[in-house]
Design a binder for this molecule. Structure first.
Ligand SMILES: CC(=O)SCCNC(=O)CCNC(=O)[C@H](O)C(C)(C)COP(=O)(O)OP(=O)(O)OC[C@H]1O[C@@H](n2cnc3c(N)ncnc32)[C@H](O)[C@@H]1OP(=O)(O)O
Length: 205
């Protein structure tokens, strides 16, 4: 089995370790963090290392759920960022998955969907046919994304939120937990509620 490093020693690393072990294509050898909060995760030591060190040609995946931090780490590195798909996920063969992307337990990605690089499709989430999900997006657990919807880079869809079909959600957006999105949502905002409406705007990053 090929060896792999996980960048980021937070709680999401546990989920990734489990996913990678169950997929059984890679052996996790190291967990690296620039500021380790805990010494061990499961049976693995968390090593203090800068993300800017040279990791050329190493297989790796980033376990940090904030898309902007994933972007910052990924942009400085020449790793072989791998894609992982949990064996209980259902991914149509007519789907394009980018590198560094994680399709976690019980997720479903339907035909014609395009998922960018370094995305997290979290536990039990459904991405319907023909969606276009940009780089560094996080779809939190149990979200439902209707067919043909487009989601911009570094956006996070909160746990249990639903988005109807053919919606466009911008980049750098946070959709609140449990929201129901029935209209387009512009870039750089937080939107919550049923139906979801922007409640605050953020500086572009
Ligand atoms: C494996 C895992 O665990 S993955 C983690 C999944 N986690 C999530 O999905 C978390 C999603 N986050 C949320 O829903 C957050 O509440 C956010 C990001 C939408 C808002 O957080 P903040 O920016 O800190 O806003 P804040 O908490 O100050 O709330 C602002 C207002 O919005 C309301 N609000 C916040 N979240 C929601 C929500 N999900 N639905 C409806 N209203 C909400 C608050 O009640 C508050 O209203 P008020 O001004 O009338 O008092």
């Amino acid at each position: 089995m090929k060896e792999i490093s996980i960048f980021g020693g937070g709680a999401h690393a546990k989920v990734l370790i489990d996913c990678l072990q169950q997929e059984a294509r890679y052996e996790v050898t190291t967990i690296l963090d620039d500021h380790p909060a805990v010494p061990h995760i499961m049976n693995y030591e968390v090593s203090k290392r800068n993300y800017t060190d040279a990791y050329e040609n190493q297989s790796a995946i980033i376990s940090i759920t904030n898309g902007f931090i994933r972007k910052k780490i990924a942009s400085g590195l020449l790793c072989d960022f791998i894609t992982t798909v949990h064996p209980t996920a259902i991914v149509s063969p007519y789907v394009r998955l980018g590198f560094g992307t994680q399709i976690l337990a019980g997720a479903i990605v339907n035909t014609g969907a395009k998922i960018g690089n370094h995305c997290i499709v979290n536990t039990g989430t459904v991405v319907e046919h023909d969606c276009v999900i940009s780089d560094f997006v996080h779809l939190a657990p149990s979200t439902s994304i209707g067919g043909g919807t487009k989601i911009g880079a570094c956006t996070q869809i909160g746990i249990g939120a639903s988005v109807i079909q053919n919606i466009t959600i911008g980049a750098n957006v946070i959709i609140g937990a449990g929201a129901v999105v029935i209209t387009d949502i512009p870039d750089n905002c937080t939107a919550v509620g049923v139906p979801a409406k922007p409640i605050k705007f953020h500086d572009p990053q």
